[in-house]
Write a protein that binds this ligand. Structure first.
Ligand SMILES: CC(=O)SCCNC(=O)CCNC(=O)[C@H](O)C(C)(C)COP(=O)(O)OP(=O)(O)OC[C@H]1O[C@@H](n2cnc3c(N)ncnc32)[C@H](O)[C@@H]1OP(=O)(O)O
Ligand SMILES: CC(=O)C(=O)O
Length: 537
């Protein structure tokens, strides 16, 4: 176990995070996420509710043998004993012991309305449930954290009772009392005031557990720390019930970078982007690109004026160095680009745009293409081809090899309702000139782009066997100027991949197949170019 930080990071991704709509974790998922959390360097990993959820019972059983945690302690979460019973004979409380986790977190009522209406017992019996449950688990050698549910609402309704719940827990041996904004309805000023009052009245080590229903979970957590909380609870990527919990990645980055308070293992913060994305893969919840610090857009710049200043000093338009959280700065090329953005993007892609004439010509070409409907910010491969083509026009580079000449192409889609499989089939024919010879090839597919791709490959395979390594992996169509309905301009973004990476090309046209053809041909050309294949046309 590592030495405790002054502020303890308590992760509840595997318990409260798993309460998010649409998120369902297998035991293997939970074990994998726990390893990532330990690698990040959090202090406590709340693994779930053993005894209530069979998967969580299994998680703790396997964790005891399979997880070799280097930094974190595991916590088993559950409720206080039932009203009218005894902790030592309560099946749920015993299941918490059986989980063999060093920490047990007990959720308890601290709001008299909840005691009377949800627990349907008396405030006095609720205090006894807290005392008995905490004392029993402490006597069994567990560190006990008390999660005081609906604490802020309870405190505002009946201050004396809410404080008494905390006092009873501390007297019974709890190590920390976590104040929960269970409904997530409070703002930072109230959270700060209440935490300060609790600190003055009880003086116990306090945790803070915030939900994001007002969009203030992270701000509330920081306000609580400022007012004296020493444990921050939250979830990776802000997963959680309803609008989620405090995003622990943002909380820890703020504490380490803005408050100069180390809370993770040394070096942990630099792993934050990698771990946040790895956990997204496991949860199958797409990463949120605008997530603070670790989102793909967190250090991405689009506006020309920003890029122009960044060229002088990146810090002029970013609040912190992206490397501190393992993220990268990226430049986007779009109609908002100026020469500085284009030059920086060129540097990112390894293209030499130091010639001012070329730089201006590429900037102009980007702006005029974007006005036609092209978008380069999501199509780096098309930008790369554009730069090479503009450079070649000005005698400043070799351009893009002429891999083949297109004479014509045609595609037919046929539907035969009587057919056994009943789906439409497309058939394409391409006429190319290759090595001075005319060549005609056809291909079939379940759609026109698929058929054109098949026909092109049939024609090109003898001259370019390298194409066998390239696959078309994604295809996105967007109608621009939708007011024109089926007459509108169409934009196609097409992703091609080889074994190492993928790249995106863009095509625009009044006809979806025409736009797709442009993106398809450029996707293959870029694939050949990046493999260093010379023209054999
Ligand atoms: C704020 C939070 O997010 S806390 C975490 C919430 N997480 C979950 O609820 C997920 C796991 N929950 C479960 O699997 C089930 O709800 C269980 C196993 C805990 C309970 O299931 P059941 O016994 O079928 O009861 P049910 O869910 O209908 O009601 C909850 C019971 O717990 C009692 N209860 C609620 N809060 C507490 C508490 N803090 N301490 C003790 N008992 C409590 C309720 O009074 C109710 O008792 P009752 O059955 O006598 O009416
Ligand atoms: C304990 C908990 O998850 C809450 O009160 O929100």
């Amino acid at each position: 176990m590592s030495e405790r930080a002054a502020i303890e990071v308590y992760d509840t991704t595997l318990r409260d995070g798993a309460q998010q709509e649409g998120l369902s974790l297998s035991v293997a998922d939970k074990l994998a996420i726990a390893r990532h959390l330990d690698d990040l360097g959090v202090g406590v990993i709340e693994g779930g509710w053993p005894g209530a959820i069979p998967k969580d019972t299994e998680f703790f059983a396997r964790a005891a043998d399979e997880l070799q945690l280097r930094h974190a302690r595991l916590a088993a979460f559950g409720a206080t004993r039932r009203a009218g019973g005894r902790a030592d004979t309560d099946a749920q409380v015993r299941a918490l012991l059986d989980a063999r986790a060093p920490v047990v977190t007990l959720v308890a009522k601290s709001h008299t309305g909840h005691v009377e209406r949800a627990l349907r017992t008396t405030p006095a019996e609720n205090l006894e449930m807290v005392r008995d449950s905490v004392a029993f688990l402490v006597a069994e050698g567990r560190e006990v954290v008390l999660d005081a549910e609906h604490f802020f609402d309870g405190f505002l309704l009946d201050r004396a009772y809410a404080l008494e719940v905390l006092r009873v827990a501390m007297t019974a041996g709890a190590s920390t009392v976590a104040l929960c904004d269970t409904n997530g309805g409070h703002l930072p000023d109230v959270v700060a005031d209440v935490v300060a009052e609790v600190r003055a009245a009880v003086g116990a080590p306090m945790g803070i557990h915030c939900h994001n229903d007002t969009g203030c979970a992270v701000a509330n957590t920081l306000a609580a720390v400022d007012a004296g909380a020493v444990q921050v609870q939250g979830t990776l990527n802000g997963y959680g019930e309803r609008t989620g919990n405090a995003d622990l990645v943002t909380v820890v980055a703020n504490l380490e970078l803005k408050r100069s308070t180390p809370v993770l293992r040394p070096g942990g913060l630099a792993e934050a982007s990698r771990i946040a994305h790895a956990v997204s893969e496991i949860t199958n919840v797409p990463p949120y690109s605008r997530q603070p610090y670790v989102g793909a857009s967190a250090f991405t710049h689009k506006a020309g004026l920003h890029a122009s200043a960044i060229r002088v000093d990146p810090d002029l338009y970013q609040h912190t160095d992206p490397r501190t959280v393992g993220n990268d700065m990226r430049m986007l090329v779009s109609e908002m680009a100026g020469r500085a953005s284009i030059e920086l993007k060129g540097r990112e892609l390894g293209l030499d745009l130091s010639d001012p004439v070329l730089l201006s010509a590429v900037t102009e070409a980007v702006k005029s293409k974007e006005a036609e409907g092209y978008t380069f910010e999501a199509a780096d491969a098309s930008f790369d081809l554009l730069v090479r083509r503009v450079a070649a026009e000005r005698g400043l580079g070799e351009g893009v090899p002429d891999y083949f000449h297109v004479d014509s192409w045609r595609v037919i889609t046929e539907m035969r309702p009587g057919d056994a499989h009943g789906a439409a089939l497309s058939e394409a024919t391409v006429r190319l000139v290759l090595q001075g010879e005319r060549c005609v090839a056809s291909g079939e597919g379940n759609g026109p782009v698929n058929a054109l791709d098949a026909a092109l490959r049939t024609a090109l395979d003898p001259s370019y066997p390298e194409l066998a390594h390239l696959d078309l992996v994604d295809f996105r169509v967007r109608i621009l100027d939708a007011a024109h309905g089926t007459d509108a301009v169409t934009r196609v973004l097409l992703e091609t991949a080889d074994q190492e990476s993928s790249w995106t090309t863009v095509g625009v046209g009044p006809n979806v197949v025409e736009a797709s053809w442009e993106a398809l041909v450029d996707g293959l050309a870029h694939g050949l170019l990046r493999r260093g294949v010379p023209s054999r046309a």
